[in-house]
Each structure stands twice: as C-alpha cells, then as structure tokens.
Design a binder for this molecule. Sequence first.
Ligand code: ZN
Ligand code: ZN
Length: 338
Amino acid sequence: MQAAVYQGKENIKVQEWPAPALADGEVLVRVRYVGICGTDLITYSGKHPRVTPPRVLGHEIYGSVVEAKPPADAKWKKGQRVVIYPLISCGVCVPCQEGNTHVCEKLRVLGVDTDGGFAEYIQVVSEQLVEVPDTVSDEQAALVEPVSVAMHTVRRSSFRPGDTALVLGGGPIGNLIAQMLRASGARAVMVSEVKPFRGALAERLGFATVNPAQEDLREALQRCVGEPFADHVFEVTGVSAAYRDAVEACKVRGEIVFVGLPKTPPEVDIQRVVFKEIQTSSSRVYARQDFRAAIALLQRRAVDVVPLITDQLPLKDAEGAFQKMLGSDTSLKILLAP
Ligand SMILES: [Zn+2]
Ligand SMILES: [Zn+2]
C-alpha cells in the first residue's frame, strides 16, 4: 500500500509500505480522511521527543471497515464507517487502574509511538473503533478527534451556562472550544487571536474577537462582554504572552484552563494568581466517552467543523501539505485523502 512516511526532520516520503496483517481481534480500516495536527507538525519539524523514523504519522483518522478477525467480526462489518480512538494505554498504572486511561503513565498514540493513518490502510484492535452514524458527513467525521479535544476541555472546566469565556488562540482547537462553550449556554465568548485569518474565521462564525497585539485585552472584553474580565479563560496557544493575558483577563475567583503546550516553561505571575484567587484546571487529549459525545454533537450540528477545513489533498501531496501548514497563515485544518 501507499503511505506517507516520516523519514526525519522536514522529510516525508510517499512510498510503498507493507500492508498490515491482521491478528485475532483486529480490524482492517481503509483510511478515507486523515487530518494533519499540530503534533504532526512538531514531528515534521524534528522536535517530537518520542517519534523515531521511519514512522507513518497521523492520528485523526476516519475510514471504513474492510475486514475484521474474530472475535471483532461479531461487531464490525465490511463498509461500516468508523473513527479511530488513537490512544493506547498500559492498563496497569495507577491512572489506568482508576479509569483515567487517557493520562496513562505509559500512554502511546497511533501515529506517534506506532504507525498511524497517513496510509491507505491501518489495523487496530476492535476497542479503538468508534462507529460513525450516517447522519454525520465524511468531513465532519474527519474532525471528530479535534472536537473531542474541545469536548474534554469544556468538561474539565467548571464552566456553567450563563458564564462568560475568553479563548486565547483561534486555531482549530480554540475555535472548537469557543463553539462548544456557545453550544453549552455561554453568555458571551470572545476569541483572542493574533493571526488575521484565524481571527476572521472566528468572527465569521459569530464570535467577538480581539487581536491582543493591537488592542488591550481588558478593553476588548469590556466592549464585547460588558466586563473587563472573563469568568473562564481557556489558554490554547502555549505562547508565553498568552499566560500573562490569561492571568490579566481572568475574573477574581475565575478559572484558567490550560490546554496549550508551551515549548519552554512559561512565566506565570503566581502572586497575581493568588491575589485573585484564580482556580486553574488543565486538559489533555480526551477520554473515550468524549469521542461518542463529540459525534453526537456533530450529528445535531451543535458545532460547525466544515469552515475549519481549509484544504483537502491527496496523500501523495503530504509533504506539500506540511510545508503549506508551516509556511502560510491561511491553512487551518488540512485533510489528506489516502
Ligand atoms: Zn490531533
Ligand atoms: Zn497506564
């Protein structure tokens, strides 16, 4: 089969790759769409500490069942539309024992620690598959993984209907968190974003926006939310300036939810955090139930993922897709179609 294989820093080759052989309980999936994510970009830049080449990347995978080996054949039939839950947990560490398998001490991810979805086929164990109903389109299904990240984030926060929120970062995850908050009954949601394309998209989807490089954040909040602070601040950028913004813009006794992954430890003014009695929370990937909840939300059109898809490219253009994502500010979610 054809696969886009990471060969080392800034080098992805589309080449012949051994097709997966199925063991008992495994399912072969024909990949229809695979999204390129920030994690894949970090790998492509040669900065992911765990990825060793050659590796087939990609963990945002939608496809259809080709074949299932017993006992998986009892549930999974040829042609069934599926998304893949890409986390693999050890099952024995304390977080796993307590049911928090997504924060397993030895967490492994498809497309990072094992081969992923930048290929025509992938084999997974039955438990990694989540069924996609016919009322969810192919494009929507391709975005289930990022929607699950947003779902998990909002579920991790103390957000309640009627609260206000500021989302720092208007990329795919920040945008989806904003949509999820609005769908959950937020009084007002503002998106802070420095890149014009991302800010304009958030605006097009009906959100108040601010460019914190050009306008004072608290003044913008006053203008759009009616108060110079937000009840909840979601930090989705990982950029050091945003941690200052988060503390500044958070209401006294409000909440900051950390989602972005800073490349180096950021400076956070803890004195301000203490003086304002700010609560903090954090969110990492998603649990299995977030996948099911994300699909349900997509099914009833509570979040709109299609405007986030800026490009759909064949697998053979994988390298170009990565360069496009790194080199331009006008690509948000690129889907590859193997
Ligand atoms: Zn992802
Ligand atoms: Zn574990």
